[in-house]
Design a protein around this ligand. Structure first.
Ligand code: HEC
Length: 139
């Protein structure tokens, strides 16, 4: 082989090597996104919902109406700040039965005879607090 032939083959060899290296890294790129995706569900679970989103996800709207202004099943959730402080509202959500003695609730019982406001005492108090904060802004 002449010197020129040797250099040519060296360069060719280098090019082939580079080509394979490129192919290898390409494959890795293709592989990495699914690996990252595995983390996504966890992120969505730990992502915090705000008060309004919590109210939607807890299903309050199925009884209190899509706009929370009441339905034939349950009263409006507007103007709660006339009767509730934040703590009182959280307590109510955890144990609605303990409020039944007041006249307002006797009226509710008459009006929404077959519907029972569920108690949310098994829920995270932090979430109940966020919902209470949001509800108390509704005027
Ligand atoms: C199954 C139907 C239903 C669901 C679901 C429901 N509620 Fe109620 N809610 C009622 C009824 C009925 C009342 C009226 C009181 C009673 O009869 O117990 C009420 C009363 C209330 C009151 C008291 C209103 C007042 O003027 O004192 C608040 C506050 C309330 N609900 C908040 C919520 C929130 C927040 C959610 C979701 C986390 C929710 N409710 C889900 C049926 C429901």
């Amino acid at each position: 082989m002449t010197k020129t032939q040797i250099w040519t083959s060296v360069f060719l060899g280098l090019f082939i090597l580079l080509f394979f290296l490129q192919q290898l890294t390409k494959q890795e790129e293709v592989k990495s996104p699914p690996a990252m995706k595995e983390n996504y569900p966890e992120e969505t679970v730990t992502q915090e919902l705000n008060g309004m989103q919590l109210i939607n996800s807890f299903g309050c709207i199925t009884c209190h109406g899509g706009d929370l202004k009441g339905s034939p099943k349950a009263p409006t959730l507007y103007g709660l700040n006339e009767n509730y402080s934040r703590d009182k509202l959280i307590n109510y959500l955890r144990n609605p039965n303990s409020f039944m003695d007041s006249d307002r609730f006797k009226e509710f019982k008459e009006k929404y005879k077959n519907v029972i406001m569920p108690s949310y005492n098994n829920r995270d108090v932090k979430d109940l607090g966020k919902m209470a904060d949001y509800l108390l802004t509704l005027q």
